[in-house]
Design a binder for this molecule. Sequence first.
Ligand code: ZN
Length: 288
Amino acid sequence: MTSLIGLKKEIVEAGRRVHARGYVAANDGNISARVGPDRILITPTGVSKGFMTPEQIVLCDMTGKSLTPGLKTSSEVRMHLKVYQHRPDVMGIVHAHPPYATSFGIAGIALSQAILPEVIITLGAVPIIEYGTPGTEELAEPLVPHLSQYDAFILQNHGALALGTTLNDALFRMETVEHFAQIAFISSMLGRIQTLPETDVRKLLDQRQRYGFKSEFEPLVCLENEVNSLPDCAFVGTNQTVLRPRTPEHALTEPPRAPVPSPGSDSMQHLVARIVAQVLDAMTGSTH
Ligand SMILES: [Zn+2]
């Protein structure tokens, strides 16, 4: 078992990595690890995650009370505690604001497309959790109904959250979420996303079971005309395979559906054409 000081060092190293990868700015983000049935270690408030020392990591109880004299816990400690309370298997949590994943949360597009085999096996899908004011109970509560089904989340207009059976596991999931979001974004800019067909997705989901990932997903094939009736469909073109929880009671709560044009759709093309025209106008000095 890792010692307390060993876990503090792991948190410091995780902070250094999320900062180095540009997943946090200034004092953003928070990282924690479970140290026993009623204790966690968590990053302190108001400190850059890139430059922490083990002495700054705070031990607290399950009410969020700091047990480290002179140090205050992260303002998001309640969100971490809520996860530990509902997921006994979770030993580490990373919260950050990685730019691509956060942008998907601003656009209201869940990362549920079946496009990358590794992501299907390791994460399944990444839902968007409805907005709650950071630092309050509002941020943690909407997470609860989804905690049994997912290991990573996009927090609407805020950032991302990744859980793991070790802290390193949580960190890897955060990296996978951001990598997934980056690739999904670039693919959408290319104008076409080819999702994996349902038969291949089923094979990957079988592997997921074999590797012992506990939550279950099923592939759902969305057609173009289903965009409004199937909120789980994120990138909708023709025959897009997306993943959704197998059990209906764990279905996503109504996701934030801002009227965002689907990449590649007519409305997106019109929007891009209008922006390009405005930029060209500005460059050539013409006025309208
Ligand atoms: Zn945050």
